[in-house]
Design a protein around this ligand. Structure first.
Ligand SMILES: NC(=O)c1ccc[n+]([C@@H]2O[C@H](COP(=O)([O-])OP(=O)(O)OC[C@H]3O[C@@H](n4cnc5c(N)ncnc54)[C@H](OP(=O)(O)O)[C@@H]3O)[C@@H](O)[C@H]2O)c1
Length: 419
């Protein structure tokens, strides 16, 4: 069987919002290589071209193939009866594992798996072991790594959130249940009864069949495959609708995972954050470091390589030559130096000041130590106000209009992604 890089590119791009625009074919080829190695495939027959939405259907075949070949990577049987669902208690911060296995955007290299394991063990040692992954991250590799690390650590107190990819070809509630069981297998390489998924989320809305997904999510919960359910990239109307549908079955919508950072404030501006609070839906803020741009390590002269270069151009080469962004960084530096902390902690504590749970990505022990260290202190009200004012002057680094997530369900006319 042949999995071409374009197929993987489209598949991955569908989950990364505007970042997708920065994915290159070279990176896609590397992910394909890892994918082929991971799932024991040979060259073959999926060959969609980029740029055509219909290709999502074909590309989705890659994920289907990966799942079909799961027994190659996991020995656990498909779980049937697992322990009863229980309520979710999340720490004040989690760790994002998108980069753990993803070579397309993050240039993942398996040689660095030990670094990732160190991050994992550090979070466990701090009692902050809450990891966010997805079946799409590295086409299953991120989940497999987390399953492996958890198994090797022998520690039970690890919470893992993963996500169902709402790809266009998936149209039935049973697609959600099947994907959930496949994720469970990757997360449970050990023999014996699999540990249920702590939080199972719909990664992003689809343009149709969203109600079927909610039904599938409810089934996963009722079967005890997962302990709690959530959504991601859901706008206000869509979140209210899924909340209502689940509530009718006595199931709480635990979370909405959305992008929020000092460089992406839409959920505050359009009322999404307030709507989550009103429904008692916890917000997991993703990309809280704006993909690393809020850590202070990049400036007009020092830019990241790879897909993030385009974002650097937008930030530093815009009409104001980066003046507003530099203004924000100056305010952040002032606060950081007052507290004697790295800049990343200021960025993370700003998202915490908005009553959200940030899930920053970390690829090294140093990054994880710095990021989790944000929990040792809080911003003052004046500092939050100063950051609000400085960040309001900076145009968002990514435009929601460029997001590939469907804005509307074409059948129900429900507004889906709207930030
Ligand atoms: N639901 C969704 O659609 C969605 C979308 C995106 C992300 N997410 C989730 O959110 C998580 C976090 O978001 P993200 O990974 O996109 O972006 P992020 O957390 O804003 O940035 C993470 C990156 O910043 C750099 N970094 C992290 N800590 C640092 C530190 N202390 N000092 C310097 N650099 C540091 C690292 O990259 P370098 O070392 O390369 O600079 C790291 O990979 C993801 O892993 C994923 O779980 C979800």
């Amino acid at each position: 069987m042949n999995i071409k890089s374009s197929a993987i590119t489209v598949l991955i791009a569908s989950s990364f919002g505007s970042s997708a625009a920065f994915v290159s074919n070279g990176a896609a080829r590397m992910q394909t290589k890892l994918f082929v190695e991971d799932f024991n495939l040979d060259e073959g027959n999926i060959e969609p071209a980029l740029g055509d939405r219909r290709n999502l259907f074909k590309a989705a075949g890659a994920l289907a193939t990966a799942n079909a070949l799961l027994p190659n990577i996991a020995s656990a049987e498909t779980p049937t009866a697992l322990q009863t669902a229980s309520s979710l208690k999340l720490p004040k911060m989690g760790l994002g594992a998108w980069a753990w296995g993803d070579s397309i955007f993050w240039g993942y290299n398996p040689k660095n798996d030990n670094d990732l394991k160190e991050v994992f063990n550090y979070a466990v040692s701090k009692n902050l072991a809450f990891f966010d992954t997805a079946e799409l991250y590295g086409i299953g590799r991120s989940e497999s790594l987390l399953g492996k690390f958890r198994n090797e650590s022998k520690v039970k107190d690890v919470q893992i959130a993963t996500k169902f990819a709402a790809l266009p070809f998936r149209t039935k509630s049973t697609d959600v249940v099947k994907a959930c069981k496949d994720s469970l297998k990757r997360l449970n390489p050990q023999t014996g009864e699999p540990i249920p998924i702590d939080l199972y989320q719909i990664h992003f809305p689809n343009a149709w069949n969203n109600e079927d997904y909610w039904d599938g999510l409810a089934q996963c919960y009722e079967e005890g495959l997962v302990k709690a359910v959530g959504v991601s990239n859901y706008g206000i109307d869509a979140m209210r609708a899924v909340h209502k549908k689940l509530a009718a079955r006595g199931i709480p919508l635990a979370t909405n995972q959305i992008q929020l950072s000092l460089l992406y404030r839409y959920p505050i501006e359009n009322g999404l954050l307030k709507a989550c609070e009103d429904l008692d839906v916890k917000v997991l803020s993703y990309s809280p470091l704006a993909l690393g741009f809020l850590t202070g390590k990049y400036n007009s002269d020092v830019r990241p390589s790879g897909p993030r270069l385009s974002i650097a151009k937008k930030l530093f080469d815009g009409p104001d030559n980066g003046e507003a962004f530099n203004g924000l960084i100056s305010v952040m530096k002032e606060i950081a130096s007052k507290h004697g902390v790295p800049l990343s902690q200021v960025a993370l504590n700003w998202t915490r000041s908005k009553n959200t749970i940030p899930i920053p990505g970390a690829r090294s022990l140093k990054q994880a130590t710095q990021n989790l260290g944000a929990l040792d202190w809080d911003l003052t009200e004046d500092e939050v106000m100063a950051l609000d004012a400085a960040s309001a002057k900076v145009p968002a680094y990514i435009s929601p209009d460029k997001s590939p997530f469907p804005k509307e369900d074409i059948n129900t006319k429900l507004k889906m992604f709207d930030s």
